[in-house]
Design a binder for this molecule. Structure first.
Ligand code: CP
Length: 308
């Protein structure tokens, strides 16, 4: 059986094209499973997984929990806000206490970049990064590429523009790594203040004109402005941001081609995307969420097969 090259999923930076192909082939199988009337397989009855979330989440957290339950794993959920972290317990102590209850795998979201990498070096369990600050969100990038592959047949050779707050986005960085590994052409578009200076060194083009970016692309991945990670203002006002970098139906219709519209969520309707685009036939936003469960089942299954 083919195996992943890694024992943890800490970022797309640490995996290769063969890993992505294997995850997608495995997700194809699980997508078929979750569309049956009985959406479960007994595969991971002997595995226990802890979902530990130090930051808010709707999609990722529920998607991981559903993926785990559909593989028949035992699941425990931990929210930092209701835990003894509030009494001063460290991350390593917290996780080692959870692991001593015979937990095999940890899915972690954390506000600090590199938290998953740090944890993987200090505890004896397989770690999946469910988003670490502005660093990486690997399963989001995998489900995004999987959704492009589903819609366009292949990721290779496709033009993908990532629009918005690139500077604070773990989704952007993981997507750039994943898309480049698969041979897509990638541009970022947004205010210059929200585009990191190093971005071109990742093989990515920069376009500050949204119309030109849309004319170029097959896929536009619209990102939210991450106000919670900003301690200064990066653009004059939300209204001006929307005028320059928001997508609406009139703008989309003026581009004479069928661009696929993606968004990782949560959406700020009327800021980076209007409802008539988010809810249109060109939008695959809910397909992305659906595919997230199959992708996470595949990642968990493949990592679990390395610890059995
Ligand atoms: N896309 C994403 O990570 O959404 P959540 O923050 O709701 O998990």
């Amino acid at each position: 059986m083919s195996q992943l090259s890694v024992n943890h999923l800490l970022g797309i930076k640490y995996i290769n094209k063969q890993d992505i192909d294997l995850i997608f082939e495995t997700a194809d199988h699980f997508k078929e499973v979750i569309n049956r009337s009985i959406k479960k397989v007994p595969t991971l009855r002997d595995i226990t997984i802890a979902n530990i979330f130090f930051e808010n989440s709707t999609r990722t957290r529920l998607s991981f929990e559903l993926a785990e339950k559909r593989l028949s794993a035992d699941v425990v959920n931990f929210s930092a806000g209701q835990s003894s972290v509030k009494k001063g317990e460290t991350l390593i102590d917290t996780v080692n206490n959870i692991l001593s209850m015979k937990v095999d795998m940890v899915v972690m979201r954390h506000p600090n970049p590199g938290a998953g990498i740090f944890l993987s070096k200090h505890v004896n369990a397989s770690i999946i990064n469910a988003g670490d600050g502005a660093h990486e969100h690997p399963t989001q990038a995998l489900l995004d590429s999987y959704s492009i592959r589903e819609k366009l047949g292949d990721v290779k050779g496709k033009n993908v523009v990532i629009v918005g707050d690139i500077l604070h986005s773990r989704v952007a960085l993981s997507n750039i790594f994943a898309l480049r590994l698969q041979g897509a052409n990638v541009k970022v578009c947004g205010p210059k203040t929200l585009i990191p200076k190093y971005i071109e060194s990742l093989g990515v083009g920069v376009e500050t004109n949204l119309v030109k970016a849309l004319e170029w692309c097959h896929v536009a991945n619209m990102l939210r402005v991450q106000n919670e990670r900003m301690d200064i203002s990066y653009f004059p006002s939300t209204r001006e941001y929307t005028q320059q970098f928001g997508i609406n139906k009139k703008l989309l219709d003026s581009i004479n081609k069928d661009i696929i519209i993606m968004h990782p969520g949560p959406i700020n309707r009327g800021v980076e995307i209007t409802s008539d685009v988010a809810d249109s036939d060109q939008s695959v936003i809910l397909n992305q969420v659906e595919n997230g469960v199959a992708i996470r089942m595949a990642v968990i299954y493949l990592l679990a097969s390395k610890i059995k």
